[in-house]
Design a protein around this ligand. Structure first.
Ligand SMILES: [Ca+2]
Ligand SMILES: [Ca+2]
Ligand SMILES: [Ca+2]
Length: 313
């Protein structure tokens, strides 16, 4: 997925033979419902419905709905931004950094938007749109609904660009790092403060696999919920989280993981034949050394893309 600024987005489907085709128009993610390209910036994927399809979030310009596309099989995407609660409540934001993470460790992926306009004087011509804008944290309430949950330091406006998360002090909850245009980096510490509620997973590719295990997925069973997370080469805007962390509760147990590359006909990877239980250590940290299947060795064709989405201001 390539998010482009004022040009249609690209969704490159892997044909499995070393080539890709752009299916963004057919999939419904190229432009908005009126056929207009949006000012797309950061982009992220997440399993927001706990095992049902995948959700694609894209940060767009102010006065544009932030995209929250949901897809079941990867061929057609529905923009659930309006009904999710995210679209209307973030309309005035100009979103750059965007990612899914489980902020409150309840087993559902929440959404973080880092915002800030590109014109310092924008408010002189649009009184409702500020240059400095507060980040927005949306808590996932299930059934595709998100609830804005800003408080504390997150309510302070800034000119945010890149954003990522990590458990900075190793206490199990995920903290947020935001970089500001012309300002300092901002660190927001998460006060969930309960290490029993999360499991950190580090995947290491071996053999011919890529060492960072990009493309590998981890599936966790959390009570009645299933949460799938995939190691990605990047997301958000000019920044990317590096680890997988899943939640919640001391009884959480990892049971299986699926692999890259995708099987024919499946854009999201092949499910494992056998589920595997993984032991957790006392610090709720798990390292999996896992050999990823390698792609067929064929000559890759150079991908020519109009990638204006990652640009500087
Ligand atoms: Ca959550
Ligand atoms: Ca933490
Ligand atoms: Ca904490």
């Amino acid at each position: 997925m390539v998010a482009n600024d004022t040009a249609p987005n690209n969704l490159y489907r892997n044909r499995g033979d070393g080539t890709f085709e752009d299916t963004a128009v057919e999939a419904g993610v190229a432009v908005d419902e009126a056929g207009r390209a949006r000012g797309a910036m950061g982009v992220a994927w997440g399993d927001t419905k706990n095992g049902r399809g995948s959700t694609l979030a894209i940060g767009n310009f102010s006065n544009e709905l932030k995209s929250l596309y949901w897809t079941d099989a990867g061929d057609v995407f529905l923009d659930e931004s309006p009904r999710s609660g995210v679209g209307p409540s973030s309309l005035l934001a100009l979103t750059f950094g965007v990612f899914f993470f489980d902020a409150d460790l309840d087993g559902r992926l929440d959404l973080f938007l880092a915002n800030g306009h590109v014109e310092p004087t924008v408010q002189q011509v649009q009184k409702d749109v500020a240059y400095r804008q507060s980040p927005i944290l949306y808590l996932n309430r299930g059934e595709g609904r998100f609830e804005r949950a800003n408080g504390g330091e997150l309510s302070t406006p800034l000119v945010a660009r890149g954003a990522a998360f990590a458990d900075l002090e190793g206490d199990g909850d995920l903290d947020v790092i935001v970089v500001e245009n012309g300002g300092p980096a901002h660190v927001y510490l998460n006060r969930t403060d309960d290490p029993r509620k999360s499991v950190r997973v580090t995947l290491v590719g071996t053999g011919a696999s890529n060492r960072d295990a990009v493309g590998a997925r981890v599936k966790a069973s959390i009570g009645a919920l299933t949460l799938t997370q995939q190691v990605s080469g990047g997301c958000s805007y000019l920044s990317a989280p590096a680890t997988l962390s899943t939640s919640a509760g001391p009884t959480a147990q990892l049971r299986s993981f699926a692999t890259f590359p995708a099987a024919a006909g499946s854009p999201f990877g092949r499910e494992p034949k056998a589920a595997r239980k993984v032991k957790q250590n006392r610090r709720n940290s798990v390292s999996l050394h896992y050999r990823l299947p390698t792609a067929p060795s064929r000559t890759s064709r150079t991908l020519r893309a109009r990638t204006s989405g990652v640009n500087g201001f």
